[in-house]
Design a protein around this ligand. Sequence first.
Ligand SMILES: NC(=O)c1ccc[n+]([C@@H]2O[C@H](COP(=O)([O-])OP(=O)(O)OC[C@H]3O[C@@H](n4cnc5c(N)ncnc54)[C@H](O)[C@@H]3O)[C@@H](O)[C@H]2O)c1
Length: 271
Amino acid sequence: MYDAVKHFSLSGKVALVTGAARGLGAETALALANAGAKVMLSDILVADAQATAASIRAAGGEAQAVHHDVSSEADWERAIDATIETFGGLDVLVNNAGIEKAALLTEASLDDFRRLYEINVGGVFLGLKHAARAMRPGGAAGRGGSIVNLSSVAGLVGVPTLSGYCASKGAVRLISKAAAVEFAKLGYGIRVNTVHPGIVKTEMGVNVVRGLVAAGLAPDEASSDAYVQSMHPLGYGHPQDVASAVLYLASEASRWSTGSEIVIDGGLTAN
Ligand SMILES: NC(=O)c1ccc[n+]([C@@H]2O[C@H](COP(=O)([O-])OP(=O)(O)OC[C@H]3O[C@@H](n4cnc5c(N)ncnc54)[C@H](O)[C@@H]3O)[C@@H](O)[C@H]2O)c1
């Protein structure tokens, strides 16, 4: 009988999760380690990433942390080399690191817009490039694998105050599809998919709520919070809800999925 549950296991796999110091990245690193992966947590907040890695080890998992700014090509090369040297391979990359900047479009700065692109899109571009070089046949890891990119509901629908962020997450969605078909065509054995969460109350999610107040679109944080919650028919989700979707896409359970998008948004985009 086909054992579907077995295919969610990441036993023997090595994963690199960017932006893993806190929020969705930390929860994803925990979920992947719990499924059996050896996990490298990367972040600019390396002390926090180390603390999360220590908590994974304390729970019986295998995890280490590395300093990594996803907008730096040299940092990507170092983080991928460190992952392969430490754990003997690279099978899963989760491009999770990202930033948000709330502003009305008429007030937003070009510098902020460029920074959103540099990290949210440039970071994913560099991750796809260097992970694929390592994971494809003949690469330093060489076993193929799965790349999961964090887009957002803001990569599918417009959100007030988040024009630059929406643009960047829409770009993440399409660069992922382009990479997916290219890597499949070239026989790399590397799948690429996106995850589109609704608003989850990590540091970033709280900033989205505060941004509506700062932009004058909500009178105070409590009413903004109630409004944002009401955008989700199922109410707010939890980082674990996003981590479960990443685990599915990281694992062999999703072996026929590439260039696809999983929406985890409590019904926001169904409205
Ligand atoms: N929280 C949400 O509501 C939500 C919804 C949809 C999508 N997302 C996406 O999920 C991902 C994680 O979001 P989160 O809510 O956990 O955010 P967060 O702000 O809580 O955590 C983001 C992490 O990324 C790290 N980071 C930022 N810039 C970096 C850089 N240049 N290099 C390396 N690391 C960097 C931060 O230090 C932090 O640890 C992001 O890509 C975000 O856009 C979040």
